[in-house]
Design a protein around this ligand. Structure first.
Ligand code: HEC
Length: 142
């Protein structure tokens, strides 16, 4: 390597470093001291009252009990997005709430038995009444 090549290399290196620090300097300071939280970390408050009573709001119960894995950014969503895309579907089908092929019975059996990377959810995690509401909400295929 001659001197001209060496100094050109150094110049490029310096430019890359300068460019990199400019990008970092331009990033907005995190609001409230921390970066915005992804949806799977912003679940609604769990409804108060008797968890064994039927008739709860399936969407809210899904977001509370399944959301930390199945909302946007959750590990269940990440795995299922890859699975659905390998089946030729669009990435939005990684979210269970966007699926139209799930039946309530299938949802219930996956929740109680677990499936591959998904751990089984006990009646303490999700009561039967809560699961009924969640399965009705997700089971758009009946
Ligand atoms: C600890 C994380 C976690 C929780 C909590 C969780 N899941 Fe899952 N779920 C997963 C993962 C990961 C998969 C993908 C499993 C695989 O194929 O490896 C999955 C898969 C599923 C599937 C199968 C989808 C398919 O295409 O076959 C259903 C249905 C499901 N979850 C429903 C639920 C419901 C309803 C709840 C809440 C009661 C829930 N899950 C809670 C992680 C979770």
């Amino acid at each position: 390597m001659n001197n001209a090549t060496l100094s050109r290399g150094l110049l490029i290196g310096a430019l890359v470093l300068a460019g990199g620090s400019a990008v970092l300097a331009d990033a907005p300071p995190p609001a409230g001291g921390h970066p915005p939280m992804p949806p799977y970390m912003m679940r609604p408050e769990a409804p108060t009252g008797d968890r064994l009573k039927p008739g709860g709001d399936g969407k809210v119960l899904f977001e509370v009990h399944c959301g930390y894995c199945h909302l946007l950014g959750g590990m269940g969503t990440n795995l299922l997005t890859k699975q659905r895309m390998m089946m030729g579907e669009t990435p939005d089908k990684g979210l269970l709430a966007n699926r139209t092929d799930l039946t309530a019975d299938y949802v219930k059996s996956v929740v109680r038995m677990g499936k591959n990377a998904m751990p089984a959810q006990t009646r303490v995690d999700v009561t039967d009444a809560e699961l009924d509401a969640v399965a009705k909400y997700l089971g758009k295929a009946g």
